[in-house]
Design a protein around this ligand. Structure first.
Ligand SMILES: [Zn+2]
Length: 584
């Protein structure tokens, strides 16, 4: 009996015991020396300030950090419920590289984390970095793009992608701080800050309080470049420029959906070249199509700051001749249309935005502008629709976007051939659960479309052609085409055919808010309902946890090897640009 009581008391104590405190940056954070970041301690209970001890390498923290933190006696959630006490110290920077052990003790709450503060060589290895991201770029996209655009004979590719010949390679782990799965905000933010975070977060650690812009910040690459160099900065994307991937270059928010505020963050950093979609968040609220809720006119603000404005491909060409060195190009109110829609099918929103530039056009203009700076530049280029078309399993559009992305890699390689002090990085931010498994052959016998799927020896080779030698298939609705499938999906109608009438919308929301198969595809000849394997809250296929392949060439590229965490990629960028030392 006594034993039982003791056991009971012990287990009660366990469940009743407060969780450990949390410290930001998290354990095993890697922090660039001299790079500003916010330090936060979240305690689970309310403590008196005098009862909270914070030691860094055994010394009182204020001695090491150089200043005291703000003590919040009662930190509250959105409903006013007390979460516990907290300590916040903003804009801290550590000049001395090495290990920092941070120990917190408050009553029975204890927590210890170790940070690795790293520095870089004094001398930069390269003058320029071109960082090319295929959003969601997976191995299947690349293989499909190679076969579709170059062809294959007797098992050997008839040509190589520009990205195939980048000489250094690494596998990149994309998981977030709270989940093995991830999104473009957290992943790109890890590349652009050197800190992993939580899904939907950009340039911050995700703290426990409700406001999205009070979370502990870390420095972005754009801020580090402004702090330590006179280099130019360029952001080029086919998404909205305030979408997660481009936003990660400059912004700090727990919520990637804070797009109106992200435009303000972009304005604060003022990248020299910003090209993409998303003008709706630049327009003040009374302008038709605006998605702002205030009367801030960022088109005017950027123009006043010396930017040439372009809203069409023709205007982009004109702006590239103006020599201001600063261009804001917004070619769509939302995400730009895909290459296939812009050039071949004229679907999507091409009728409303008929003169959108290609990603290649935008990259070429950006390189022309940025390379005028004798101090060099950092250019981020995103092929966004690889992801945006992989979600709805529109594989033809996603693969053609990959071909376009590869043409961007070719442009970057041409630039680097003339400017060998340039590092090129080509990578995805996360992957999709997509595989290329064979072909779909309309001439294969069988009543059902599934019988047309050729696997193993039956797959043979697809019959795409490229008569005009532009590097893109002349048409995608050939009789023997690539069979690409997603490992995960909502309920949808599988048609085994390219979506010539516009991007695929596999599911729609029913009256209960659940996603069900989109009946619009029910009557496509041979269409079959596939019952989803995802929760019904998902309208499309989701990201995979699979590693991303990163490739690179140029000075510093040899640092990419083996398996790397996404946050470690930033260390290479920092090394290449010597961001650990003040050069300005
Ligand atoms: Zn995505």
């Amino acid at each position: 009996m006594r034993n039982l009581l003791t056991a009971l008391a012990a287990s009660t104590m366990l469940t009743g015991m407060a969780h450990a405190a949390e410290i930001y940056p998290l354990d095993r954070a890697t922090i660039l020396a001299r790079s500003p970041f916010d330090f936060k301690v979240e305690l689970d209970a309310v403590h008196g300030e005098a009862d909270v001890a914070v030691l860094v390498n055994g010394k009182p923290y204020a001695e090491v950090f150089g200043k005291p933190a703000e003590f919040v006696a009662e930190e509250k959630d959105g409903e006013g419920k007390v979460l516990g006490s907290a300590l916040i110290l903003r804009d801290l920077a550590l000049a001395e590289p090495g290990q920092y052990v941070v120990e917190v003790k408050a009553g029975d709450e204890t927590k210890s984390v170790t940070w690795d503060v790293y520095t870089t060589p004094e001398v930069a290895k390269a003058k320029n970095i071109i960082f090319i991201v295929g959003d969601g770029l997976s191995v299947a996209h690349r293989t499909a793009a190679r076969i579709m655009s170059k062809g294959m004979t007797e098992g050997k590719a008839d040509g190589r992608l520009a990205m195939d010949d980048l000489d250094h390679m690494a596998f990149i782990g994309t998981s977030s701080t709270h989940s093995i799965a991830t999104d473009s905000a957290n992943t790109m933010s890890a590349y652009m800050t050197g800190h992993k975070s939580r899904v939907n977060a950009l340039g911050v650690y995700a703290d426990r309080t409700a406001p999205s812009q009070d979370d502990p910040k870390v420095e972005t690459v754009a801020e580090a470049l402004r702090r330590t160099t006179k280099k130019s900065i360029g952001i080029v994307t086919t998404a909205e420029v305030e979408d997660a991937t481009p936003a990660a270059v400059v912004s700090h928010t727990r919520k990637r959906g804070d797009k109106a505020d992200i435009v303000g963050m972009m304005y604060n950093v003022q990248p020299d070249v910003v090209l993409g979609g998303g003008s709706a968040y630049f327009l003040k609220s009374d302008v038709p199509g605006s998605k702002r809720k205030d009367d801030k006119d960022y088109i005017q603000l950027f123009t006043d700051a010396g930017y040439s404005l372009a809203t069409t491909k023709a205007e982009l060409t004109a702006a590239s001749g103006t020599n201001t060195g600063k261009i804001l190009g917004l070619f769509h109110t939302g995400n730009m249309d895909t290459w296939l829609d812009r050039h071949e099918l004229k679907k999507g929103t091409v009728d409303k935005f008929p003169d959108q530039p290609d990603l290649v056009d935008m990259t070429t203009v950006a390189l022309d502008q940025l390379s005028k700076n004798p101090d060099g530049f950092f250019l981020m280029v995103e092929g966004a629709s690889v992801d945006k078309m992989s979600h709805p399993m529109d594989w033809d559009r996603a693969v053609v976007e990959t071909i376009e992305l590869d043409h961007v890699v070719a442009v970057a390689r041409e630039f680097a051939a003339k400017n060998p002090d340039t590092l090129i990085v080509v990578t995805g931010d996360h992957t999709h659960g997509v595989s290329l498994i064979g072909t779909i052959d309309d001439e294969k016998p069988g009543d059902e479309m599934r019988e047309k799927v050729g696997v193993y020896d039956d797959a043979g080779f697809p019959n795409y052609t490229d008569a005009d030698k532009d590097g893109y298939p002349d048409k995608i609705d050939v009789t023997r085409r690539l069979a690409i499938f997603s490992s995960n999906f909502p309920d949808y109608y599988e048609t085994w055919r390219p979506k010539l009438d516009g991007p695929f919308a596999p599911s729609i929301q029913d009256a209960d808010g659940k996603y069900v198969a989109n009946e619009a595809y029910k009557d496509v000849p041979g269409a079959v309902l596939r019952t989803g394997n995802l929760p019904k809250e998902n309208d499309t296929a989701v990201h995979a946890v699979d590693d991303v392949v990163l490739q690179a060439t140029g000075p510093g590229a040899e640092e990419f090897k083996g398996y790397m965490e996404q946050s470690d990629v930033y260390k290479v960028l920092a090394d290449v640009f010597a961001l650990g030392t003040a050069q300005k």
